[in-house]
Design a protein around this ligand. Sequence first.
Ligand SMILES: Cc1ncc(COP(=O)(O)O)c(C=O)c1O
Length: 399
Amino acid sequence: MAIADNVRESMKSSSWVRAMFETGIRLKGEHGEENVADFSLGNPDLDPPPEFHREIRKIIDEYVPGLHGYMPNGGYPDVRAAIASHISSEYGVNIPGSNVIMSCGAGGALNVIFKSILNPGDNVLTCTPCFMEYRAYVSNHGGVLKFAESKDDFDLDVGGLEKAIDKRTAAVIINMPNNPSGKLYPESTIAELGEMLKHKSRETGRTIYLVSDEPYRRIVYGGKPVPSIFRFYPDSIVASSYSKELSIAGERIGWMAVGPDVSETADLLNALILCTRILGFVNAPALMQRVVGRLPGRGVDIEPYVRRKNLICGGLKESGYEFTEPDGTFYLFPKAPGGDDMAFVKALQEELVLVVPGRGFGAPGYFRIAYCVDEEVIKRSLPAFTRVIKRFGRLPTNP
Ligand SMILES: Cc1ncc(COP(=O)(O)O)c(C=O)c1O
């Protein structure tokens, strides 16, 4: 079969999340869906807010000719302007509509960004644990993803990132709040990162972009503020999406926004628009653009996620698991008792509980629980978590 070598390689090391999801399908077939606790996939289970469907109906009823046709590759100008106005107040900077480009989710936006800025052999830096699809999103466009480690509490290690920067570094990508750790970086960390990148851009003589992937921005607990990268570093780009905040992951709609002070703004925007077209996206889905343009700042009610977080954190703490409580998202990233994440995940699987090993996020010794599942599933799984930690004994101090 004439499959490209690099694709064959990627198929071999295919995503752990997907691998666990597929194991889940098999186990549900063998044991019955009601007997498997599947925490493998970050697929939001809450319904979108009622106004989402209401706006779709209104748009259909108000039908205007051309509703389903192509539009400019960057998206409908009125939708871009509506989103820009919302982003401006949320991020505390003035972003014109022309700096917002509609995308097929955050995944689509990141591919467009990396296609626009990478030359063959360039690298992009990130901190582990991280969303591992970044590796493909970067290598799709000739780049290499490089890693620094986060601090013990999952905060960014700005010093570690600084050491890893070289002349081929085109960008640093961060994700806040973070999948899989749930960490929201404090503003002081973003300020330090901004200063470091200014210094390194001068030193290396090239613009190092700061790309912030923020699809979970609206799923943050206790009203904690999410820092605005635009206020701390001029060459910043935010990628976001409605997949998680409106619970519409299958609709493939998101945006990227370029900071108001980015170098050579017109060139960058033209590149992003061209790459949206030539990657074959052509434009973000027309109907979805219209809908999200009418719902700026709206999101699902996150109370169910708060209850689930409290339930799973409370239950695991009682059984002796060690973890940093998430600031946001619907993920928890505990240490794997015994230190071997693969062995631990397998033992949980024998109890029909599915989680993802930390090595799938560049952090062996941990495991990820996606608690976007019914509370009943969490309650049902807690005795299994207790049984398995007993088998593995004490936690290592440094997995
Ligand atoms: C950190 C992170 N970035 C990007 C994505 C891609 O999301 P989208 O559905 O918006 O493409 C995901 C999806 O799970 C994610 O967790």
